[in-house]
Design a protein around this ligand. Structure first.
Ligand code: NAD
Length: 403
């Protein structure tokens, strides 16, 4: 029996408490259309199937990576996520509905897609994924690591760590947007303690990526030449105190060290390699929660859209596979071994314009100087709201399940 309901957004600051199934499905369809319309994607040369594991596959960069490999390269894929199923009159989370739609599209296109919904940091979910992959009887060509979480329980000790977004050393004062009332405000962020840094590295550093790759390697589930990628962000000087030079920056440094260690192991054992891909700032559930960043993104979007260089997660994922990771391509990296998809964001003319606007922006001119309207619309669209073509007056079935 379908559970038909009219769903209106319930937004609290940078969190949306519900999601619209039809809007989420439309987002997924739009992303698949971008993948299919991208001339450079093609099935794997020689007709060899491509096998991919995506950790954090339900939203943001991970969802776009999943859709790119499945619909651009005909991959057989397994996605892992932590999403809330529908419960009575309470809609599921957006990532749940995204993957319901991805499964339906995959079925229609004759693609094999599986999902494991559970805590990717746990030993149980790792065991379940290994079991499913053994049943495939094929080894993985690529592993995408795109988890973003506020906390992680270390499976070896049972201790739970909570990541924080704080500057290091000294307090940091900056402009920011209060997403609750759309005011440009001054925020002061207290510096992190050593314990904050340790916890953030535990959650968002490379330890869990390493555990995944070690488990897959030990289980002999990685194909010769297997590549793995984890996502990072550097950003401009404007956001260094809260990002690159803050607690999250430390975690991302650890992620890079992990990539080097993994490349040494994967290279020696399989001729494989691990990469960090530095991606562009985009509106996702994770980025909306970072202080200062929504204001920066609003200005950046305005400048990049005006120049025609704006990209969302799907355009970035298509570029990542087309130019770097897809079979037959050699990733191009910077001097530190990182793939750089943030080149257009960090272009000097883009950053000069963002800095100029940043100095001027206030509550009074926010609408005129920035693309805050675009930020808000994209934020709502993450949850399936304000998506073009959807009639929000129509009841929709909340009780959608993945196969
Ligand atoms: P997101 O919030 O959209 O996605 C996070 C994913 O992780 C979801 O699929 C979620 O279900 C999954 N997840 C979270 N906790 C989990 C758990 N315990 N078990 C299983 N799955 C879990 O985030 P995003 O912005 O796409 O971030 C992904 C990566 O990209 C992060 O490393 C982030 O730092 C990086 N990145 C983001 C941006 C940006 O602007 N958003 C820019 C560059 C790099």
């Amino acid at each position: 029996m379908p559970n038909l309901q009219i769903v209106a957004p319930r937004i609290r600051g940078f969190i949306c408490l519900n999601a619209h199934p039809a809007g989420c499905a439309a987002n997924v369809e739009r992303q698949i259309a971008v993948v299919r319309g991208s001339a450079a994607t093609s099935p794997r040369p020689g007709g060899e199937p491509y096998h991919v594991l995506v950790l954090g596959a339900s939203t943001g960069y991970g969802l776009s990576s999943l859709l790119t490999t499945v619909f651009g390269y005909g991959a057989r894929a397994l996605g892992v996520c932590l999403e809330r199923p529908p419960q009575g009159d309470k809609p599921a989370s957006a990532g749940w509905y995204n993957l319901v739609a991805a499964h339906a599209e995959a079925r229609a296109a004759g693609r094999a897609l599986e999902t494991v919904n559970g805590d990717a940091y746990s030993a149980e979910v790792k065991a379940e994924v290994l079991e499913r992959l053994r049943r495939w009887g094929r080894k993985l060509d690529a592993v995408v690591y795109s988890l973003a979480s506020p906390r992680r329980t270390d499976p070896r000790t049972g201790e739970t760590f909570t990541s924080v977004l704080k500057p290091l050393g000294a307090a940091y004062r900056s402009k920011s947007i209060n997403l609750g009332n759309d005011q440009v405000v001054d925020v002061e962020l207290a510096p992190a303690t050593e314990a904050d840094v340790t916890a953030t590295v535990k959650v968002m550093g490379g330890e869990d990526w390493d555990l995944w790759m070690s488990a897959l390697l030990d289980a002999d589930l990685l194909a010769p030449g297997c590549r793995t990628v984890a996502y990072s962000y550097l950003g401009p000087e404007l956001t260094y105190p809260i990002y690159r030079s803050g607690t999250i920056g430390r975690a991302k440094e650890h992620l890079e060290q992990t990539a080097h260690a993994l490349t040494a192991t994967l290279g020696a054992r399989l001729g494989g390699a691990a990469f960090v891909s530095v991606n562009k700032a985009v509106v996702t559930q994770a980025s909306s929660a970072i202080p200062v960043v929504p204001l920066y993104i609003s200005l950046l979007y305005r400048v990049m859209k005006a120049r025609g260089s704006h990209e969302g997660t799907i355009e970035q994922a298509v570029r990542l596979f087309r130019d770097h990771l897809a079979p037959g391509h050699t990733p191009e990296t910077d001097e530190a071994g990182r793939i750089r998809l943030d080149d257009r964001e960090l272009a000097p003319d883009v950053q000069a314009e963002v800095s100029r606007l940043w100095a001027e922006v206030s509550t009074a001119n926010l609408g005129a100087l920035s693309d805050y309207a675009g930020f808000k619309q994209e934020f709502r669209a993450l949850f399936g709201f304000e998506v073009p073509g959807i009639d929000y007056g129509e009841p929709v079935d909340l009780d959608l399940r993945m196969p």
